[in-house]
Design a protein around this ligand. Structure first.
Ligand code: AMO
Length: 417
């Protein structure tokens, strides 16, 4: 908490409370960097006796006068005449939050609140907040309604993907793997909806890009074609990048975020074209087989920016995706190099086709009884996509492990803190 009693100019009185990030002692004076509401402020202590038990991580309050200087973060420092220790450091911390060499990710995640105090993380999670705000603003300004759908559900929304079961009173329930079915239904009353919320995936894989609990931006719109959806997400990505670089370029530079290649128009490659290219480049894939990590790395490094993979085979897509013909679907994945950021497409809105697809996927019709109801009462043609917030943040910040961009990551091994 910082209070400056007047303009930021030499001699103005100021008070501050915050966390000590670092102390640099010289013979007769000391410089303290204090974190105030996620920003760094420099204190100059001319009487080092005032320091007493003050050390890194302690909470202090100080009062003094402002002095403008280009040497300090924010362009000013506070020359302290009173300093008070509010909360002492009571134990040796497991790592130094200012150390150049990072401790292991496990040690940092075990002590996450302390780790989040590292300047890198303060910047990163400020960028995340800006990103989320910008997602909201973009969708609100395009006429979308923000919604929240249940996270405790009675049956799989995607089929296939593994679910976390739980007991709901005396019944079996699951954590929602996606708001898919709800967002589709909501296009009937509301036409265009979006949700930013958690998705739960019982992912047995221990990879650098999968979490068991992730945050997803889910968008769904009546009357949008596959092409409309790709244009929407392309515009969204461009707006998000320009918003965060406009409002947070200093933070992005400090964390050494990469300058992303942003093409005029994102290329669209059909799945068929990609498997042809891969087979010409030494990786044989049969039509209908999924693209693996190695395939995406090879193709992604060749493209080197944002692009879409379209027309996925019917057999690789869930029951709700609209077929284009007897083999492929009206679907897309948005990629940045080898990383999948989003997937989506047009949906089936004819209840008889949906019933047929559910049966074909081996899913019990009984479990989808409620979901099928709106399809008989004016379900519009519709489509949408889901975009992983952490995946997008990895791309923006250059983080190579998805755990770095989640406040409290959950994976096969980690359920705490
Ligand atoms: P999908 O399962 O492809 O599609 O997920 C959409 C996007 O969510 C992110 N994502 C994940 N991120 C981190 N860890 C995970 N375990 C994880 N799983 C998914 C990815 C992915 O592209 N219902 C459809 C979307 C739609 O069609 O609207 C769906 O969930 O960035």
């Amino acid at each position: 908490m910082l209070k400056i009693y007047g303009k930021v100019e030499d001699g103005t009185k100021a008070e501050i409370m915050g966390w000590v990030l670092s102390i640099r002692e010289q013979k007769t004076l000391a410089f303290i960097i204090i974190v105030d509401n996620r920003k760094q402020v420099q204190l100059v202590v001319n009487d080092i006796k005032l320091l007493n038990h003050v050390r890194q991580n302690a909470v202090i309050s100080a009062s003094g006068t402002v002095k403008k200087t280009t040497q300090a973060p924010g362009g000013f420092e506070i020359h302290v005449n009173e300093l008070r220790l509010i909360s002492k450091v009571k134990k040796e911390p497991p790592f130094n939050i200012m150390a150049k060499e990072l401790p292991s990710i496990d040690l940092r995640l075990d002590n996450r609140a302390l780790d989040l105090r590292r300047p890198y993380n303060l910047d990163l999670f400020n960028i995340r907040a800006t990103l989320i705000r910008s997602m909201r603003e973009h969708l609100y300004s395009n006429g979308f309604l923000e919604v929240n759908t249940p996270k405790i559900i009675a049956s799989a929304s995607e089929g296939g993907a593994a679910l976390f079961p739980l007991m709901y009173y005396d019944k079996q329930a699951f954590l929602a793997q996606s708001p898919q079915l709800y967002k589709e239904e909501l296009t009937m009353p509301f036409e265009k909806v979006f949700e930013i919320g958690p998705i739960f995936r019982a992912e047995p894989s221990r990879t650098l890009k999968h979490l068991s609990e992730s945050v997803s931006l889910d968008v769904e719109a009546a009357f949008f074609t596959n092409e409309d959806l790709m244009n929407l997400i392309e515009g969204l990505v461009k707006d998000l990048l320009s918003d965060i670089w406009e409002s947070s370029s200093d933070l992005l530079m400090r964390i050494k975020a990469p300058k992303l290649n942003l093409p005029e128009r994102f290329n669209r490659f059909t799945y068929g074209k990609i498997i042809d290219w891969l087979s010409e480049n030494g990786r044989k894939i049969n039509f209908g087989d999924d693209l693996g990590q190695k395939d995406l790395e090879l193709f992604g490094s060749h493209i080197n920016d944002f692009y879409f993979i379209t027309e996925w085979p019917i057999k690789l897509k869930p029951f709700y995706i609209q077929p284009k013909d007897s083999e492929v679907t009206l679907s897309f994945d948005l990629m940045y190099r080898e990383l999948e950021l989003s997937s989506g497409g047009e949906r089936v809105h004819d209840p008889s086709i949906l019933r047929k697809n559910l049966k074909g996927a081996g899913l019990p019709l009984k479990s989808f009884r409620h979901h099928l109801i709106p399809y008989y009462y004016g379900m519009p043609p519709h489509g949408g996509f889901g975009m992983g917030v952490e995946r997008f943040l990895m791309t923006v910040t250059g983080a190579d492990n998805i755990r770095e961009v989640s406040l409290y990551p959950r994976d096969v091994r980690r359920l705490t803190p």
